[in-house]
Ligand binder design. Sequence first.
Ligand SMILES: *Cc1c(COP(=O)(O)O)cnc(C)c1O
Length: 388
Amino acid sequence: MNHIDYHDFLKRYRLPEPVFVTQPNMPSLEDYQKSIGEIWENKWLTNNGYFHRKLEQRIAEYLDVKHICLFCNGTIALLVALHALRINSGEVITTPFTFPATPHVLYWNGIRPVFCDIDKNTFNLDPNKIEKLISPDTKAILPVHVYGNPCDVEKIQEIADRHGLHVIYDAAHAFGVRYKNRPLCQYGDISMLSFHATKLFSTGEGGALVVKSKAQKERINFLKNFGIASQEMIIGPGINGKMNEFQAAFGLLQLDTIDKEISRRAALTHTYKNMLSDVKGITLFSDKPDVQPNYAYLPILIDPKLYGMTRDDLYLILEKCNIMTRKYFYPLCSTYSCYASLPSSHPESLSVAHEIANNILCLPLYSSLEMETVQLICNIIKDLKISK
Ligand SMILES: *Cc1c(COP(=O)(O)O)cnc(C)c1O
């Protein structure tokens, strides 16, 4: 900041109210009150109620998949997915560039996470580095479609098939993404979706598993309800992972406006890309030919040498301007104290992941964000560069 008049800069750019990295798309309160009225009448609050059944069907239709199971949140959904595939010991190969839930779920299932480096273009698991991490203890691969960008699903499946491994996708960011005109969440054995308040499609807390067969769905439905198959028959050590009627009713209303949400985000993303494309040292994701994206996030990668400022300094200046960005995903999971001593956590073998985590920043993106605010954010980023 040495070269700019700081006082002047803030006077020009500081917003009166904070702008957050995301904000949920709220349905009309009147409509939700109507749904709540129905829940009152039904006196059915959870356990596969009317709204639960309806939401399950509507999401499956929207995503263009056959079978989904709703959950109380994405983390429990992923925990149950691993359990359902009987992955409860040994090792699972995953990415360190993700939300803490991904490796934590492995840990809670008695599995040792094995961190694999990421690709410098997709920020997803580098398929060329997976195979040398496979050991006799490896049970599965757990990749993440980070920011909704598809992993190299074909290569990953080929490796998994060759070694007899399961593939479970953490598709928490990938709601509605299509790849080669297929739903992305159809790849792998099971995909997990998150409907947390910060996600593109939300039920406050919530999540789902996209599964491959009716039989698998039935088993998972038992597992998410304590293993209860009938009043006198418990099929195994299940857990409580059920979504309740209030969440499901909220989700149904959100689903009505999801296409509008996505197209508004696309327009905002377009402006970000146009305005930032010529700023040296700032890289945005480019569109990929086979991908129909969902515009869930707006990550930029900062090259401190070319841009003249580090990610951390840009973060602080934006914060002073009342623009709350997020360092998704810094720090890397492999650096958490609970995982840092794993052999696969050595920074030397995760050099791309470290580089990306140190230079990534997610900018605000949600449908009610004003276009003028996006322009202002871009102008700040441009101005900081020019003043260098
Ligand atoms: C949000 C998120 C989760 C956890 O989902 P919850 O619904 O909050 O439990 C898991 N993985 C990734 C990559 C996420 O972003």
